[in-house]
Design a protein around this ligand. Structure first.
Ligand SMILES: *[C@@H]1O[C@H](CO)[C@@H](O)[C@H](O)[C@H]1NC(C)=O
Ligand SMILES: *[C@@H]1O[C@H](CO)[C@@H](O)[C@H](O)[C@H]1NC(C)=O
Length: 370
């Protein structure tokens, strides 16, 4: 009897526990399915589903941050640029595709500004809406030109009149491939997660700029300042700190050596965490050929990597391909019109890139002479 009683209670307890666990799992499953149904009226590919589930992995969205249907929240499209030929031709292509997608259904793009940090106007002032700001004082950038970015944004936000409540920070090598909605939600900006930005793997360095009392290092998002869609008042808080942290990082040899060319991305990530700002991470914000092979439903095509292929359509990354498109081939002037299309077998994203470049260059007047 005693034995039975002793055995009975744990068994009952186990049963109750199992039921609780089962209920919990069912609840989670049902919630997941409901979420899945909500975002899916059609069948999604595994890759799309993966992207969907990756959206907003950490942040719980407060109810009041969700937006009601039909409400359009315009964002201003801003990019920082110089008057170098390399920057100019990329800006012209970007502005062309901004104009083509701006008024399509689903777009919440507002006005456009090229923030030109060369200190004086150039010959694109009539073609692209431009705001001229000063470069950093000589010597301060220590040869690292992208430190001009935060400084340009500081000046632009202070001096320009910006109608929209939100801002997209873009870059000249961005092409809008689909109408871009406002992916931010209230106090939560939207950003693209970069696989190579890993704050948690550099805890010791991050802590130099993000003290323990501010929170765990996991609060520093794996992002840079671009692409980001963010409320203007938040950006106004972050940008001076971003500037400050960039300069401090550049002046610290350990940080400078470790972060190298992505230093200013880390600086933005740290600066936003410093102000308690966390980003909604959207993998569908951007794609980067040749690594991403399909454009799909993504919004921005970023052509920062060289695309090298042999005539069999095989990627020869790092080795000059028999067919290639690399923005760095055109440092001193624009690429010619009507670039040759890649050989058969090259991924759709690369073909789309070349076609979009060709369409822009064919339609921009005086392409070769500016
Ligand atoms: C910049 O950094 C210094 C040193 O950490 C700090 O004293 C100063 O308040 C910072 N300024 C801004 C605008 O963040
Ligand atoms: C573009 O180049 C192809 C050959 O690569 C040629 O057949 C075509 O006519 C050219 N198109 C224009 C508009 O120049």
């Amino acid at each position: 009897m005693i034995e039975n009683k002793d055995m009975g209670q744990p068994k009952q307890f186990l049963l109750v526990l199992l039921s609780v666990v089962f209920l919990f799992l069912t609840y989670n499953l049902v919630t997941a399915i409901m979420h899945y149904k909500k975002v899916n009226s059609k069948r999604w590919t595994p890759a799309e589903l993966y992207n969907e589930l990756l959206i907003d992995p950490v942040i719980e969205m407060p109810e009041n941050a969700k937006k009601t249907k039909n409400e359009r929240l315009l964002f201003h499209v801003a990019l920082t640029a110089t008057d170098a030929p390399y920057s100019k031709w990329q800006c012209r292509i970007m502005y062309y595709w901004y104009k083509k997608t701006k008024n399509l259904p689903g777009s919440e793009m507002g006005k456009f500004t090229r923030v030109l940090h060369s200190g004086s106007p150039d010959n694109l002032m009539d073609e692209i809406p431009t705001f001229v700001v000063d470069p950093l004082p000589p010597g301060l950038d220590r040869g690292y030109v992208v430190l001009n970015r935060p400084w340009a944004f500081v000046q632009w936000l202070e001096k320009a009149t910006i109608e929209e409540e939100y801002i997209l920070m873009g870059e000249p090598d961005h092409i809008f491939i689909n109408p871009l909605p406002n992916l931010a939600r209230g106090g939560y900006p939207a950003a693209f997660p970069f696989f190579y930005i890993k704050p948690t793997e550099h805890e010791k360095i991050i802590r130099k700029y993000y003290p323990e009392e501010k929170g765990p290092v996991t609060n520093v998002d794996p992002i840079g300042n671009s692409p980001v869609i963010i409320k203007k008042d938040l950006l106004e808080k972050i940008v001076p700190t971003w500037m400050n942290v960039s300069l401090q990082m550049k002046n610290d040899p350990e940080t400078d050596n470790t972060f190298g060319w992505v230093l200013e991305m880390y600086a933005y990530a740290v600066a936003s965490a410093f102000h308690g700002v966390q980003h909604i991470l959207r993998k569908d914000f951007m794609l980067q050929p040749p690594w991403d092979t399909e454009t799909g439903k993504k919004f921005i095509l970023h052509y920062t990597y060289g695309c090298d292929y042999n005539m069999k359509g095989e990627l020869t990354y790092g080795k000059f391909g028999e067919w290639r498109f690399d923005k760095r081939s055109y440092l001193r002037g624009p690429p010619p019109r009507n670039l040759s299309l890649p050989p058969p077998g090259v991924p759709e994203s690369v073909v789309t890139l070349v076609k979009m470049v060709n369409e822009a260059t064919a339609n921009i007047p005086d392409w070769d002479t500016k």
